[in-house]
Design a protein around this ligand. Sequence first.
Ligand code: SAM
Length: 285
Amino acid sequence: MAGNLFIVATPIGNLGDITSRASKTLAEVDKIYAEDTRVTLKLLAHLGITKPLISLHDHNEAERVAGIIAELMAGMNLALVSDAGTPLISDPGYRLVRAVAEAGLRVTPIPGVSALISALSAAGLPTDRFSFEGFLPAKSSARRAALEVLSRETQTLVFYESSHRIADLLEDMACVFPERELVIARELTKLYEQFYRGTAGALARQIKSDADMRRGELVVMVGGVPERVENTESNTIDTVQLMQVLLAENLSVKQVAKIAAQLTGQPKNQLYRQALGLAGSATEE
Ligand code: SAM
């Protein structure tokens, strides 16, 4: 019988966040593939587990895939872990999981911590819809361009960022959307865990004098642009008002319908009939 590939989430700082299912899985598999074996060795030592550990990172993932599929087909049970949090979330593993699934073999998630969900859960920003953007480009021009694309997004945006680029990111955010509400989650689950809240502009100013904000691991969240409430009834009122103004300027019904159709996107024929009615009632008054 073919083996199972377990995708095991590990803590993002506080070792107490390992789940009992994750510990059990790591203790029972035949082999563990890890992003950095030195990091995982420390976790295994904490859990009292000794296991063959093999590296799997961005630079060797493609060449590891065939061997892992062969091991699974031979009946071995394997685990994939990253340095922290959930594998594949801004971490290696995507090519492996895809290939294993395509080979018809089982992939089982062993869920646990992820920095993005932990950050969102305590940020106080809307969480009904959010977009995880991972890391933005390192170069300022590309980063600003990416922010411009996202500047009309109505969902909460979630970014990962490193401490040595956070000041530049806030500077760019302050330029692209200075008034948007931001929450920065720093050092989640660790001793110096902290949340910073304010507009992009205010936090960009604060970081210049607050060295702590430039230390440790960070998740940056941005509240979305408030959604416009589209209401058919109020659209109708707006269109009617618009056409009344145009008729009062002595434009013909045909011209009024044409302009109103261009401005509102509503069908010209329908607006023509409406404008005709309005012109008629205006004449009767
Ligand atoms: N796979 C991980 C997860 O599930 O969250 C993310 C790995 S990604 C390479 C590392 C980034 O995650 C960091 O640069 C930071 O943005 C975020 N991160 C990880 N641990 C964190 C923590 N304890 N506090 C805040 N952000 C953290």
